[in-house]
Design a protein around this ligand. Structure first.
Ligand code: ASP
Ligand code: MG
Length: 444
């Protein structure tokens, strides 16, 4: 029987009643593979301790962390206590040397997930639901070795999964990390979604169910656009583009494994699960063009433009190649490129700008006369199947924006079939989002 892969995010794991909720949801869905993230707030706790290791009081920190878990249980659990303290030597060692090497960082920050998987395995077994904890280091969830933001090697992982996972057996797996040559690599924040879809790929699962504490994918960020609506159905490509361009609900790489094996992804809101069994958003291969064509408008502030200016930069071959390979060597991801005759604009994450400027200092490109960067910008993306095949969509977007006197600094369309994006000043982000949303979905 094909398994179902279920994943519970950290914000659905706050206290004891959440354990009961999870049990209620999964007991009727056996055999399951349950992927769990760290208990709400734990990953942030671990990252703050690591980022300020010099000032971290290791004893106080571990005792705080331990109490997070003991609070879920009726009586003290020595195995959970041991799991918490398994990071003790790493923390003490890092404190001693005054820095946290990447392999230590990734191992320690992923401990929140290992604590959750042990907690859930113990709890479910005690409640009469047989299940086994299965750690990524045990069966071999193999990554490409990049610390902090690894990619899963689906081929190797699938071979390992086939050896370790038995049919008709329930498993609990910690999300967020994998291993490469004996070292732990995390998959980036929110990476448990990606663990879930990767395991589903390896197991040829029937479906993937992601339980979150938000109402599903929405037509825009409800924190900015109060009239944002839930989107019932999305294609893999639409969901992937939305997560790439700022929708925080899904990890940006999580659609790829599901899409490759055509496994449907259901997103549930744990808060409304009592009233309805229906998924809030379903993501599958079927593309459907809605009346509006545009399904959602997302935005991200984590974007910067580095501009390489020079009279001929657009015409001379190889300049972009030189820039891209220098950036790639240092693991800088280029999010997009827009060029003209006199300017090459490279879009990167804001966090990467200092590193990029450092790389550029050591580069010799005679045609480039000056290099400037902008960080006070936001990227707005409109996503929807059919967006490029329909006339007047761009006109509607830009006239909505221009009515608000928002200046559009750069535009890109055609990079994918379903997305059009543009750059505005950071201070105009809200205005632009609201205006476009109103143009396509109506106002208050
Ligand atoms: N616990 C990790 C995070 O907070 C991974 C996850 O939640 O999926 O980013
Ligand atoms: Mg989380």
């Amino acid at each position: 029987m094909k398994a179902v892969v279920l994943k519970f995010g950290g914000s659905t794991l706050k206290d004891r009643t959440d354990l009961e909720n999870i049990k209620r949801i999964i007991e009727t869905q056996q055999p399951f593979v349950l992927v769990v993230s760290a208990v709400n707030g734990v990953t942030d706790m671990l990252s703050s301790a690591l980022n300020d290791i010099g000032n971290t009081d290791v004893d106080a920190f571990l005792s705080n962390l331990d109490s997070v878990y003991q609070h879920f249980l009726d009586k003290f659990s020595s195995s959970l206590h041991e799991r918490v303290y398994a990071i003790e030597n790493f923390l003490r060692g890092a404190k001693l040397i005054g820095e946290v090497p990447p392999f230590v960082y990734d191992y320690v920050i992923s401990q929140g997930e290992r604590c959750s998987s042990l907690l859930l395995t113990m709890y479910l077994n005690q409640e009469g639901i047989p299940c086994e904890e299965m750690l990524p280091e045990t069966f071999g969830l193999v990554t490409d070795g990049t610390f902090g933001n690894a990619t899963v090697n689906l081929k190797l992982t699938q071979t390992n999964v086939k050896k370790y996972f038995r049919e008709n057996q329930n498993y609990v797996v910690p999300g967020f990390y994998g291993v490469h040559e004996g070292k732990v690599n995390v998959l980036g924040r929110g990476g448990s979604d990606y663990t879930a879809t990767s395991l589903a790929y390896c197991l040829d699962a029937k479906s993937i169910k992601l339980y979150k504490d938000v109402p599903g994918f929405m037509s825009s960020d409800p924190k900015t656009v109060s009239t944002a609506k839930v989107i019932k159905q999305l294609s893999y490509a639409e969901a992937a583009e939305l997560s790439y361009f700022g929708a925080k609900i899904l990890h940006h790489a999580s659609m790829e494994p599901a899409m490759k094996k055509n496994i449907p992804v259901y997103i549930y809101d744990v808060h409304t699960l009592m009233e309805t069994k229906e998924a809030n958003t379903v993501i599958c291969a079927n593309s459907c063009i809605s009346d509006n064509v545009v399904k959602s408008i997302s935005s991200t502030e984590d974007i910067a433009v580095i501009q390489f200016n020079g009279d001929n930069v657009g015409r001379v071959p190889g300049i972009l190649g030189t820039i891209a390979s220098a950036f790639a060597k240092e693991n800088v991801n280029i999010k997009s490129v827009v060029t003209s005759q006199t300017s090459i604009n490279v879009l990167v994450s804001k966090h990467d700008v200092p590193l990029c400027m450092h790389i550029i200092e050591n580069m010799e490109i005679p045609q480039v006369q000056n290099i400037v960067y902008k960080t006070d910008i936001s990227l707005i993306a409109a996503v929807g199947d059919g967006l490029l095949q329909h006339h007047s969509i761009a006109a509607r977007i830009f006239s909505a924006v221009s009515k608000q006197k928002v200046n559009v600094e750069m535009i890109s369309a055609g990079a994918s079939d379903v997305t059009m994006y543009f750059i505005v000043r950071a201070t105009d982000r809200e205005k632009a989002l609201k205006a476009i949303h109103e143009a396509f979905f109506g106002g208050e």
